[in-house]
Design a protein around this ligand. Structure first.
Ligand SMILES: [Zn+2]
Length: 223
C-alpha cells in the first residue's frame, strides 16, 4: 500500500526528524522565554498592583479602534485597561499601516494580576486557539514560542536576532504545509543547522536547556 510504503523512506524519516527538532528547539528556548515574560509580569505587578478587577461594568471583550489606533476594553475601574495598554505596548507590529494583530482571546483578563499566571501575558502574542491549559512554555507548541519571540518587543530589545527566529518559524510553516511529507537529507541538515544557529544566540548562552538542545540537535542531524 502506497501510504504505508512511504513510512520506510529516508525523506519521510527526515520529515519526522525536522518536526522533532522543532519541538526540541522550542524546549531549548523555553527558560529564556519564561524568564523574560516573568520579569515583564513582575514589572506590571509593581506598576498596576495585584488587584483583580471586580468592576460590575467590566466586559472582557477587547476591540481595536481604527480611528484612535488603540485597543478598547470596557472597564470602568481602569484596572484591566492599564494592564491591556502595557501588554499591547509590547507588540512589535510588522506593518504599521495595518491594525495590530494581538490575539486577546487567548488570554484571561482576570488572570493578569495573579502572580502565578505570568504566561497569560505571553499568550496574546501567539496565534489564536491557545487553550486555557496552556500555562507555561512546556504547554505551548513550537509555533507559539516562535511567535512570542518575534512579536514581543523585549526579545529584540535584548539583542535577540529576530530574523533567525523567523527562519525557524518559516521552516515550521513549510513543514506543516508540506504536500508530500518528505524532506531531502541536505534540507533536513540545513533546517536543523538553522535551529542550532538560533539556539547559539548570545542571549541564550546562559541557559542550560539551550545548550542541551544544541547537543541533541547536532546528534540528530548526524544520525
Ligand atoms: Zn476590568
Amino acid at each position: 500500500m502506497a501510504i504505508i510504503s512511504q513510512f520506510n523512506t529516508q525523506e519521510y524519516y527526515n520529515f519526522l526528524k525536522v518536526g522533532k527538532a522543532l519541538k526540541r528547539t522550542a524546549e531549548g528556548l523555553s527558560d529564556y522565554a519564561e524568564n523574560v515574560i516573568k520579569t515583564f509580569h513582575t514589572s506590571l505587578l509593581q506598576q498596576h498592583g495585584n488587584a483583580v478587577c471586580s468592576s460590575p461594568g467590566h466586559r472582557k471583550k477587547i476591540t481595536y479602534d481604527k480611528t484612535r489606533q488603540s485597543w478598547k476594553i470596557n472597564c470602568p475601574s481602569g484596572v484591566c485597561r492599564n494592564w491591556m495598554s502595557s501588554i499591547a505596548a509590547q507588540y512589535a507590529n510588522p506593518n504599521p499601516r495595518n491594525p495590530p494583530w494581538i490575539c486577546w482571546e487567548n488570554t484571561n483578563v482576570n488572570d493578569w494580576p495573579v502572580a502565578t499566571q505570568s504566561w497569560q501575558l505571553a499568550k496574546p502574542f501567539m496565534s489564536e486557539g491557545k487553550a486555557s491549559s496552556c500555562n507555561s512554555p512546556a504547554d505551548t507548541d513550537p509555533a507559539g514560542i516562535f511567535q512570542l519571540l518575534i512579536y514581543f518587543k523585549e526579545f529584540a530589545a535584548q539583542g535577540l536576532n529576530i530574523q533567525q527566529v523567523k527562519d525557524v518559524r518559516d521552516i515550521r510553516n513549510a513543514l506543516m504545509h508540506s504536500a508530500d511529507s518528505a524532506v531531502k537529507t541536505p534540507d533536513m541538515k540545513a533546517h536543523i543547522q538553522a535551529m542550532i544557529t538560533l539556539l547559539q544566540e548570545p542571549a541564550l548562552s546562559i541557559y542550560q536547556c539551550a545548550r542541551d538542545a544544541i547537543n541533541d540537535l547536532r546528534q540528530g542531524a548526524a544520525e
